[in-house]
Design a protein around this ligand. Structure first.
Ligand SMILES: Cc1cc2nc3c(=O)[nH]c(=O)nc-3n(C[C@H](O)[C@H](O)[C@H](O)COP(=O)(O)OP(=O)(O)OC[C@H]3O[C@@H](n4cnc5c(N)ncnc54)[C@H](O)[C@@H]3O)c2cc1C
Length: 467
C-alpha cells in the first residue's frame, strides 16, 4: 500500500487529499498542517475581515470528513525536516513519518518589510491574522493598510466597510500596479476613496510606530491598527534544506515532481516552467494532476500551466484583470473605454486577433465572456465594441447562457465549464447548491455564482418551455 505524506494542509494540500480519496481508498494518507485550524478557504478571508462571513463558513474539511475517509490529519504539527535517504519526514515534536510519496504544499508566507516596528503590525495571510485584525479593529479609531495590491485593497475595503477610517499606503505610483495600468489604478483609487478609503500612492514607510506609521520625509500617518499586505514569499525552506532544486519556488516538472522522483510540490510553494502562481485555480489543477499520478488513475496526467485571471473581492468594486494589461498601442491593438466619473475603465489588449489581456473595472456584464475568450485564446470577432458592451446591436458575443459555448469555463477556480454544469443539471441538479456539490463550481472565490445561477435558471426555463 502506497504511503502518501502531505506537508501543508492549506488550499492545495486539503484539495490534494480529497482528490486522492475521490479516486482511491487504498493509499494511506497522512497530512501535516502547521496551522491549528482545520483547513479553510484562504481566498475568503477578505470576507471574514469585511464581516460578511464567519470563520466557520470558510472551512474546507472537518474532522468528520477525515474520519470517514480514513485520512490522518495532524493540525498544529509542523514538519521540520525531510530525510530523503530513509524516506521520512520529521516533525517539530520529533515524530518520524515514513513515506513512499511526499507532497510539499507549504504555500507562501506574508512578506514583512524590514522597517523598525514592523513586529507591531499584523500581516494578512491566515485565519489567525484575521482574528488579530478583527480584535484590534474592535477598539481602533484609525487603521493603516500598507500595500495597495489585491490583498491590501480587500483588507482596506473590509475595514472601511466596518466604519473604521482607513488609509491605504502604496509604494508604487498606482494601485495594483502589477495587474493594472496607471489609468485603471487611478480610477480604482477614486472608487475606493468614495467608499471611505484614503489612498496615498508613491509613499515609502520608514517606521511603524505605536500610534501610526512614519513615511519618508518625516510625515506621520496616525493609526492604532497597522495591517501589512506587502506581498508573499513561497515557503521553500524544507525543500532547500533537503537539497531539492529551489529557484523562487520548489522547481517541478509537468507531473509536479521535484528533482527527487518521490517528492512532488504543488500550490504557491511550487515553481512550474519558471512561474510561481499566487492564485488558487492553478493549485487545485496541480492537486488533481498529482492525485491522478499517485493513485495511478491516469499516469499520463500533466499540468501545462495556467492563464491567470485576478478578481477583486471588495464590496461595491467590480474588478477583473487578466494577462498582459500593460501593453500599449505600440505593441498591440488596444480598445479602451474610460468614464472616471462613473468609476468605469475597460481595456482590451489584442494581439494577432486574440485577447491577450483585459482590465474590466466598474459594473460590466462582459467579464464572463472576456474571461472565456482570454482563457481559450481563440480568434476574436471583428466587432470590438460589442466585446466590451454585449448589449450593443451587432454584438457577436453575448453574456447570455444561451450563447455561451459548452466549452466556456464558468468557474475559474475549479475549472468547471458550462457543459459540465449542463451535464450535472441533466443528472438531476436543479439549483446552485446541487451544482456546487457535484462540480465544486462557486466554492473557490465565489465570483462565478451569478453565472452559475444564470446557466441553471436558463436550463430550468428550457425544461418548462418544452414540458
Ligand atoms: C486574503 C487573501 C485573499 C485571496 N484571494 C484570492 C482570490 O480571490 N483568488 C485566488 O485565486 N487566490 C486568492 N488568494 C491566494 C490563495 O489563497 C492562495 O493561492 C492559496 O491559498 C494557495 O494554496 P497553498 O495550499 O499553496 O498555500 P496555503 O493556502 O498558504 O497553505 C499552505 C499551508 O501549509 C502550511 N505549512 C507550511 N509549512 C509547513 C510545514 N513545514 N509543516 C506543516 N505545515 C506547513 C501552512 O501553515 C499553510 O497552512 C488569496 C489569499 C489571501 C491571503
Amino acid at each position: 500500500m502506497t504511503r502518501l505524506v502531505v506537508v501543508g494542509n492549506g488550499m492545495a494540500g486539503a484539495r490534494l487529499v480529497s482528490e486522492v480519496r475521490a479516486r482511491d481508498r487504498h493509499v494511506t494518507v497522512t497530512v501535516f498542517g502547521a496551522e491549528t485550524w482545520q483547513p479553510y478557504n484562504r481566498v475568503l478571508l477578505s470576507n471574514v475581515v469585511a464581516g460578511t462571513m464567519t470563520p466557520d463558513q470558510v472551512r474546507l474539511l472537518d474532522p468528520a470528513w477525515y474520519a470517514d475517509h480514513s485520512v490522518t490529519a495532524l493540525p498544529g504539527v509542523e514538519v521540520t525536516s525531510i530525510d530523503r535517504e530513509t524516506q521520512a519526514v520529521i516533525t517539530a515534536g520529533g515524530r518520524r513519518e515514513p513515506y513512499d510519496v511526499l507532497v510539499l504544499a507549504t504555500g507562501s508566507q506574508a512578506v514583512v518589510p524590514r522597517v523598525p516596528g514592523a513586529a507591531g503590525a499584523v500581516a494578512f495571510r491566515t485565519l489567525d491574522d484575521c482574528r488579530t485584525i478583527l480584535e484590534a479593529a474592535g477598539t481602533a479609531r484609525r487603521a493603516v493598510v500598507v500595500g495597495g495590491g489585491l490583498l491590501g485593497i480587500e483588507a482596506a475595503r473590509g475595514l472601511a466597510g466596518r466604519g473604521l477610517p482607513v488609509t491605504l499606503l502604496h509604494l508604487a505610483g498606482h494601485l495594483m500596479n502589477r495587474q493594472l495600468d496607471a489609468e485603471a489604478g487611478l480610477v480604482l483609487g477614486e472608487t475606493l476613496a468614495g467608499l471611505g478609503v484614503e489612498i496615498r500612492t508613491g509613499v515609502v514607510v520608514e517606521e511603524i510606530l505605536d500610534d501610526g506609521v512614519r513615511l519618508t520625509g518625516g510625515e506621520t500617518v496616525e493609526a492604532d491598527l497597522v495591517v501589512l499586505a506587502c506581498g508573499v514569499r513561497p515557503v521553500t525552506g524544507l525543500a532547500r534544506d533537503a537539497g531539492l532544486e529551489v529557484a523562487r519556488g520548489i522547481v517541478v516538472d509537468d507531473e509536479m515532481r521535484t528533482d527527487d522522483p518521490s517528492i512532488f510540490a504543488i500550490g504557491e510553494c511550487a515553481e512550474h516552467d519558471g512561474t510561481v502562481y499566487g492564485l488558487v485555480a492553478p493549485a487545485w489543477e496541480q492537486a488533481a494532476v498529482v492525485a491522478d499520478i499517485v493513485t495511478g488513475t491516469d499516469k499520463t496526467s500533466r499540468y501545462r500551466g495556467s492563464r491567470m485571471v485576478t478578481r477583486l473581492k471588495a464590496r461595491s468594486v467590480e474588478l477583473a484583470a487578466m494577462g498582459e494589461t500593460h501593453l500599449t498601442e505600440d505593441d498591440a491593438e488596444v480598445v479602451r473605454f474610460s468614464h472616471r466619473a462613473a468609476g468605469t475603465y475597460h481595456k482590451l489588449v489584442i494581439r494577432d486577433g486574440r485577447l491577450v489581456g483585459a482590465i474590466l473595472l466598474g459594473a460590466t456584464s462582459a467579464v464572463g465572456n472576456l474571461t472565456q475568450l482570454f482563457d481559450r485564446g481563440g480568434p476574436l470577432p471583428g466587432d470590438r465594441a460589442g466585446l466590451l458592451f454585449p448589449g450593443l446591436s451587432g454584438s457577436a458575443v453575448a453574456e447570455s447562457p444561451v450563447r455561451m459555448p459548452d466549452a466556456a469555463k464558468v468557474c475559474q477556480c475549479n475549472n468547471v465549464t458550462k457543459g459540465q454544469i449542463r451535464a450535472c443539471w441533466e443528472s438531476g441538479a436543479r439549483d446552485v447548491e446541487a451544482v456546487a456539490a457535484a462540480t465544486r463550481a462557486t466554492t473557490g472565490c465565489g465570483g462565478c455564482r451569478d453565472v452559475v445561477e444564470g446557466v441553471v435558471g436558463w436550463l430550468c426555463e428550457q425544461e418548462w418551455v418544452s414540458a
